[in-house]
Design a binder for this molecule. Structure first.
Ligand code: GDP
Ligand code: MG
Length: 439
């Protein structure tokens, strides 16, 4: 993929003590090919390469102490600019509700991302009304209702006999009357762009005057996604793009071209089918991810939102004093679950994809569920002092949790290993502080 190719070009540069103009040219030739192969628009590629070349063979790079690193920095900066530079937030109405119209072709992920966005806003204590304005696709209304139920957001529908324009208008009126913060209009898509669909969308826009018109596009469709975005933008005037299915086997070109072709910012990316699989789009972080520098900031942000800070502090203290119990272990596992799949988290760490065994880790939710069951079947004193858990107790715990004695053994072993690791980490941080002259 794009990432691997760029990473190999960059790693060739990284170690170089001296970089010549020829080195830069050779690297840029490879970058250019990688971008084109990833389906990035050719005009975008040309402008990009020209800009990087101009800067990379200039004084700032060749005269620097680490020219290889400098070239990478230039590429990173220009990739960031290409994707829009700054992160762009959702528009908000001066007076609630903020009206958000979801548009896009069939199957792009409009309905799914209506649910994901509403859930994201819910975490900021914002209430959303979801309006089912797709009356054509069989079961489209039902799909939105199921999602609404799942995330606890009400759904407005008039069935599939009324016109989408009427449904949208009445939905917005209801949101206004009932004091919702956001109202999402989940519109219908077609397999291809057609006049009828555009007409309907234009009418919904005229009647509801949305503050945000989001285009939902499937990143797996590559250059097509960019063409669709360009077309919708010209016809409808978009305020933002949601790029979906970035978790799949995508070549990544769409993320790089959308902004420069349409001048419309990507506001969110979709990373899976689950309701949590959405992230605000950060151009600089995406550039880091593409260049294999790891997306450490996203990771930290994710961890921060999931882990209750108070608890984190407590945990740190326990790590230092080694009074970590199985109850704390259970707490930690639950917090990890809130952060989403562990594999997603590991993928954000620099170089994690190169770590052997990460792919085989496969800590899935089922396994976590079984660990939870085992710990819950222990008495409070067993959780405090696992050393009292003898053979009889192990049998009882296995029975109570519907697992096996082997599983109970394995868990206790893991817990012991973790405690040992914590002891080591606690010692490491202590000695580091000493070296730095802290007491
Ligand atoms: P709509 O026709 O635009 O409303 O599309 P849907 O929301 O019904 O989504 C179509 C299919 O794509 C569904 O099976 C979704 O689960 C799936 N999907 C949507 N977004 C994503 C994503 O970000 N990643 C993955 N892997 N699948 C997605
Ligand atoms: Mg839909």
């Amino acid at each position: 993929g794009l990432s691997e190719r760029l990473q190999s070009v960059m790693s060739k540069l990284r170690g170089k003590g001296k970089v010549t103009e020829a080195d830069v040219k050779e690297a840029m030739r490879e970058v250019r090919l990688a971008l084109l192969e990833a389906d990035v628009n050719f005009k975008v590629v040309k402008t990009f390469i020209d800009r990087v070349k101009e800067r990379a063979v200039g004084q700032e790079v060749l005269k620097s102490l680490t020219p290889g690193q400098q070239v990478i920095k230039v590429v990173h900066e220009e990739l960031t600019v290409l994707m829009g530079g700054e992160q762009v937030k959702l528009n908000t109405a001066p007076k609630s509700p903020t009206i958000i119209m979801m548009s896009g072709l069939q199957g792009a992920g409009k309905t799914t991302h209506t649910g994901k966005l509403a859930k994201l806003l819910q975490k900021q204590n914002r209430r959303s009304l979801l309006v089912a304005a797709d009356v054509y696709r069989p079961a489209a209304i039902k799909q939105l209702q199921v999602l609404g139920e799942q995330i606890g957001a009400p759904v407005f529908t008039l069935g599939d006999k009324e016109s989408p324009v009427k449904i949208a208008t009445e939905g917005v009126a209801k949101a206004r009357a009932e004091g919702f913060d956001y109202v999402f209009i989940d519109t219908a898509g077609r397999l291809h762009i057609d006049e009828e669909m555009m007409d309907e969308l234009r009418q919904i826009k005229a009647q509801t005057e949305p503050h945000e018109i989001l285009l939902v596009v499937d990143s797996m469709t590559g250059q097509d996604a960019v063409n669709v975005a360009d077309h919708f933008n010209k016809e409808l005037g978009l305020t933002g793009v949601v790029l979906t299915k970035l978790d799949g086997d995508t070549r990544g070109g769409a993320a790089l071209s959308v902004k420069s072709v349409t001048d419309c910012p990507i506001k969110f990316v979709g990373l899976g089918e689950k309701m949590d699989a959405i992230e605000p789009f950060h151009p600089d972080r995406m550039a880091s991810r593409i260049l294999g520098m790891g997306d450490v900031l996203s990771l930290i942000e994710k961890a921060q939102s999931a882990v209750d800070e108070e608890k984190a502090r407590e945990l740190q203290k326990k790590m230092r004093t080694q009074s970590f119990t199985l109850d704390d272990f259970l707490d930690q596992i639950q917090q990890m679950k809130n952060m989403g799949p562990l594999e997603d988290m590991l993928a954000m760490l620099p170089g994690a994809n190169k770590l052997k065994g990460v792919k085989d880790l496969n800590i899935d939710e089922k396994k976590i569920g079984r660990i939870e069951a085992v710990i819950r079947s222990m008495t409070p004193s067993e959780r405090e002092q696992p050393e009292i858990i003898n053979a009889n107790r192990r049998k009882r715990i296995a029975l109570g949790s519907g697992t096996s004695v082997q599983e109970v053994n394995r868990l206790l072993k893991q817990f012991e290993d973790m405690k040992k690791m914590m002891k080591q980490m606690a010692q490491m941080t202590k000695s580091k502080k000493k070296r730095k002259g802290f007491k």
